[in-house]
Design a protein around this ligand. Structure first.
Ligand code: SF4
Ligand code: SF4
Length: 184
């Protein structure tokens, strides 16, 4: 008989002995295998209490960046949306009004900024395209949701905490990746 692999085994049809027919010996072997694995190092993680360390090149959910004074960096130029191969980014631009200089770094800002996480392939092209260091992919993955609408992340979902009013949250959101990037 011609086989594609040499892994096929002929079925053994020999008559069972009395000991085999009461399955005690086979059950005992099975229990020994279980016991052996019981004391071995566990390869599973008790998620969400435990999380697996990600690779240093992991790219997760996008963050809309602020400058050191807490102003939004995004100038709604649209380059990230043009670069996005999945057409996941939409935005609406607005003009900064007098007195809003402490909120927006540039004269134009994104009044609306959305990323559809069901489309995003986390390629990082938006980050590459941005001339203002306004968007980057963080070390956090997008959490699961029951509703498609919950995968449309708006500006408030994406915006990093203000470094002036929430310095701890800001540092946490920045994460190691951004710190390492600065060191290079
Ligand atoms: S990571 Fe890639 S797919 Fe996702 S929004 Fe950015 S450019 Fe689009
Ligand atoms: S995130 Fe960057 S590339 Fe995208 S609109 Fe804002 S400034 Fe432009």
């Amino acid at each position: 008989m011609i086989t594609l692999t040499n892994r096929s085994k002929p079925v053994n049809r020999k008559k069972m002995t009395f000991l085999e027919s009461i399955y005690i010996w086979n059950t005992f072997i099975g229990m020994m295998i279980t016991l052996k694995h019981f004391f071995k190092k566990k390869v599973t993680y008790q998620y969400p209490e435990q999380t697996r360390p990600y690779s240093p090149v992991f790219r997760g959910v996008q963050i809309l960046n602020r400058d050191e004074e807490g102003r939004e960096r995004c100038t709604a130029c649209g380059l990230c949306a043009v670069a996005c191969p999945a057409e996941a980014i939409t935005m609406e631009a607005a003009e900064r009004l007098p007195g809003e200089e402490n909120l927006y770094r540039e004269e134009k800002y994104a009044a609306k900024y959305e990323i559809n996480m069901l489309r995003c392939i986390f390629c990082g092209f938006c980050e590459e395209a941005c001339p203002k260091d306004a968007i980057y992919l963080s070390e956090t993955h997008a959490p699961a949701a029951y509703n498609r609408k919950n995968f449309i992340y708006n500006k408030q979902d994406l915006l990093i905490p203000n470094p002036k009013t929430q310095p701890e949250e800001y540092a946490q959101a920045k994460g190691l990746r951004e710190i390492n990037k600065k060191k290079k």
